[in-house]
Design a protein around this ligand. Sequence first.
Ligand SMILES: NC(=O)c1ccc[n+]([C@@H]2O[C@H](COP(=O)([O-])OP(=O)(O)OC[C@H]3O[C@@H](n4cnc5c(N)ncnc54)[C@H](OP(=O)(O)O)[C@@H]3O)[C@@H](O)[C@H]2O)c1
Length: 299
Amino acid sequence: MQRIQLANDLSFSRVIHGEMRSLEWGMSVDDYQGFIEQLLARGITTIDHADIYGGFEGEAFLGKVFAQAPSLRDQLEIVTKCGIQYPNPQYPTTYTTHYNYEYEYIIQQAERSLTTLQIETLDVLLLHRPSPLMDAQAIAKAFVDLKAAGKVRHFGVSNFYQDHFNLIQAAIDQPLVTNQIEVSAVCHEHIDNGNLDFLQCKQVAPMIWSPLAGGRIFQPQSAADIRTKQAIEEIATDLGVSVDAVLYAWLYKMPNNLMPIVGSGKLERIDVAIDALELTLTVQQWFTILQAQMGHSIK
Ligand SMILES: NC(=O)c1ccc[n+]([C@@H]2O[C@H](COP(=O)([O-])OP(=O)(O)OC[C@H]3O[C@@H](n4cnc5c(N)ncnc54)[C@H](OP(=O)(O)O)[C@@H]3O)[C@@H](O)[C@H]2O)c1
């Protein structure tokens, strides 16, 4: 498994596993432990989580694994996120969806993640989505205090555009280690808005969420998705691989070490992401897929 160096003392496995859907997989705690052990056996050591996953219950499920198999924790890089709040039974005073980056809230959620995950330190804490109310100085103070307390080693962001990234980076002493963004053959936002170029310029390797468009590409509804799937199927047939393998290879073709976060609970689907590291698309195959989604030829 390739490893991507994000800081002197931090590297991620090129293929990351995402826990957003973990409560949907119907696993017992023993099953989930076995699943994490299988990820490790494949060289996947980086786990992506968030306080909100599973209705604010997902981290506790992984925490039960760490409680019964504590030695697993030190073999993993644990990434989690804070900031999003929505009405839910765990937070009865929340009556509207919002993003909260006030100092106290960041500290509270980081500490909550440590408690629910049953671990001592987060490897990376991400700000989940940018907010117009972000006070960079308050965020910087929270980062300093969490690091000084040994609770978080590194910080990053998610769904941030360039200005948001620069705002936070300018206020803190240590480099933001990643920006977790959505990119896939059917989601070009961060290609079109220059964010991927910006991150390459900064030498910040992005984590990529929904690399298979959350599964949507397999049951395409829109004309653009139908076109894209058809283009991918033709290339997959030519190469003798699956549609998902081409979707991953399309991401791997881009510069700056995009790190897909695989959201499947099925090991055979995770293996496709790993095996696709050996699959190289030509430039023309890459552009064929890009243009299928666009619906017209580039100039
Ligand atoms: N930062 C953010 O704002 C943000 C937002 C969303 C997600 N994330 C992170 O990104 C991770 C991945 O997101 P994602 O789960 O949307 O990723 P994804 O890998 O694009 O989608 C996973 C979904 O696709 C299905 N799938 C995979 N292969 C398939 C196939 N061959 N045929 C049919 N369905 C297939 C999976 O079902 P099976 O489980 O049945 O295989 C699963 O439901 C999350 O776990 C989370 O960690 C971050």
